[in-house]
Design a protein around this ligand. Structure first.
Ligand code: HEC
Ligand code: HEC
Length: 463
């Protein structure tokens, strides 16, 4: 028998084995992929959820309303809100503190809404936000104003104090090294450390030890949640999503009595988030290039990212670190320091009927890509400025700088306009050599030709 014939027979028998496996075990998963299980979710009313997001008291302490308006003015609302909230920036909400004092507190939109190309887009990650300085440095100035206006003790000071003490603890521990990255994971861990897991009461001393490091993450778009079986980049958010989302209230919530009340609204918030649609690419696209790109995408990418258009599928896969090869730092943090996960899994948040739990994995979720043209920068740590460089790793800049002007967006390359810098400088420069900020991995576009990549890019703009 000729060598080639032998190889052919071998190849055929291998294929047969492959198809047999397929029959037995369901669809074949890509190498290094784990199928993420789905969990039943509470249902709710999207419009009530939106109202609660922009008027609700899930963060119930802050700076008195009058002081806020005097210091900040009444511009920048951008939402169609009424009453006092017409005078407050979109990422803040005027609410009554438990003692009746009207205060202004940060809301979810400080991270989950963004002014993009001049328009506020609800659900888009705030990739312009700046967490590169210690937020607690503002506290002495606010204290000064509070003392002049209201004195201490006063009802106003009581309404401010839970916010003040949280910022003093969180601020120094959540300083990032590149503007545009977000420290939400670390904020949650620091707040948990200062809360009794059973009744959520505040403890001035930390009750668990958490690592010093601040893993940088890019804020994911909310409109993907309707497809996802788990929350967060490493799929750690399991079971009740609403319970996870209300964790933001840990900033100032007094106890589990208030937490339970807040929790009842988050089924509606989830329904609102699941109702969001991605932004549509507004400029002209080349339809024959899209058709070509779709074919290449379906052959090379959809096994992990799903299909789009008439037949929507999404496989909900997590890809192990050695296969995806993107920066593993955030995985290391969760896998080597389990105190936060242990806190969560024994806390009020883990109690039925709407229990949630944390299960860190050693890899990243292959995310849905709806509206991906608008969500630069890319990868879980926001290390890649545009889709062109995401698809061709040889072009990814080591040091890059953007203007942080919302209109400075490159519609061709689907990402931020940037300049390549020769080395680190201010925090406006994204330094991919820092621990956790690496731009390596996800080499799937590299194996395509220049033309194929251009076609895939055109296709990605259309989904
Ligand atoms: C300080 C910034 C910040 C605030 C405030 C914030 N988030 Fe997030 N949120 C993030 C970041 C960053 C992630 C991604 C973290 C990760 O995956 O490791 C995230 C993840 C999520 C996800 C999961 C998305 C996904 O694809 O897995 C949801 C849903 C969400 N947040 C909802 C909310 C809601 C609702 C609020 C307000 C109650 C809120 N967040 C407040 C920064 C924030
Ligand atoms: C083996 C599975 C797998 C394949 C194949 C794959 N990807 Fe991915 N992709 C992932 C994972 C996992 C991530 C998240 C990595 C991270 O954030 O560290 C990702 C991230 C992305 C992102 C960034 C999303 C964002 O919002 O930051 C884009 C865009 C993308 N992939 C496009 C593609 C394209 C186009 C192809 C085909 C050429 C492809 N992928 C092939 C698993 C895969």
């Amino acid at each position: 028998m000729k060598r080639t014939t032998l190889s052919l027979i071998l190849a055929l028998s291998l294929m047969l084995t492959f198809y047999n496996c397929k029959d037995d075990d369901g669809p074949e998963l890509p190498n290094g992929a784990i199928q993420l299980p789905s969990y039943a979710q509470r249902t709710g009313d999207p419009s009530a959820g939106y109202d609660y997001l922009v008027y609700g008291d899930y963060v119930g302490h802050g700076v008195p309303y009058q002081a806020y308006v005097t210091a900040m003015g009444t511009g920048q609302n951008r939402l169609d809100r009424t009453g006092d909230n017409a005078n407050v920036a979109y990422d803040f909400t005027a609410v009554d503190a438990p003692n009746g004092v009207r205060v202004v507190a940060a809301n979810c939109f400080s991270c989950h809404a963004s002014v993009f190309r001049g328009e506020l887009v609800v659900g888009m990650g705030a990739s312009e936000a700046n967490f590169t300085s210690d937020q607690s440095e503002l506290i002495p100035t606010i204290d000064l104003g509070m003392n002049v206006l209201y004195g201490n003790p006063s009802d106003e000071w009581d309404a401010y104090e839970p916010f003040r003490r949280a910022v003093l603890v969180v601020g120094p521990q959540t300083v990032l090294q590149a503007r545009g990255t977000n420290p939400a994971d670390k904020i949650a861990a620091v707040l948990a450390a200062h809360r009794n897991p059973n009744d959520l009461s505040w403890s001035e001393e930390p009750l668990i030890t958490i690592p010093d490091v601040v893993p940088p993450t890019d804020v994911p778009a909310w409109w993907h949640m309707k497809k996802k079986n788990t929350m967060f980049y490493n799929a750690l958010g399991r079971k009740d999503f609403a319970r996870f989302m209300m964790s933001s209230s840990l900033l100032t919530v007094k106890d589990t009595v208030k937490a339970r009340e807040i929790d009842t609204h988050f089924a509606d918030v989830l329904a609102f988030i699941q109702s969001l649609e991605p932004p549509v690419y507004p400029d002209a696209l080349d339809s024959s290039k899209i058709a070509e790109g779709e074919k290449i995408f379906n052959d090379n990418c959809s096994q992990c990212h799903g299909t789009y258009g008439d037949v929507e599928t999404y496989p909900n896969l997590l890809i192990e670190r050695n296969v995806i090869q993107t920066d593993p730092y955030v995985l290391d943090v969760y896998n080597t320091h389990t105190q936060f996960a242990d806190w969560y899994n024994s806390s009020w948040f883990s109690k039925p009927p709407y229990d949630a739990f944390i299960q860190p994995e050693d890899g990243y979720v292959a995310p849905p890509l709806d509206g991906v043209w608008a969500t630069a920068p890319y990868l879980h740590n926001g290390s890649v400025p545009d889709l062109e460089t995401l698809l061709d790793s040889s072009k990814r800049p080591t040091y890059w700088k953007r203007s942080f002007v919302s209109t400075d967006y490159n519609m061709e390359k689907a990402g931020w306009n940037y300049s390549v810098e020769s080395g680190p400088s201010t925090s406006d420069v994204y330094d991919t050599t820092l621990l956790g900020y690496g731009n390596q991995g996800h080499y799937y576009g590299d194996q395509l030709t220049e033309e194929e990549r251009a076609a895939v890019l055109e296709y990605l703009k259309s989904i």
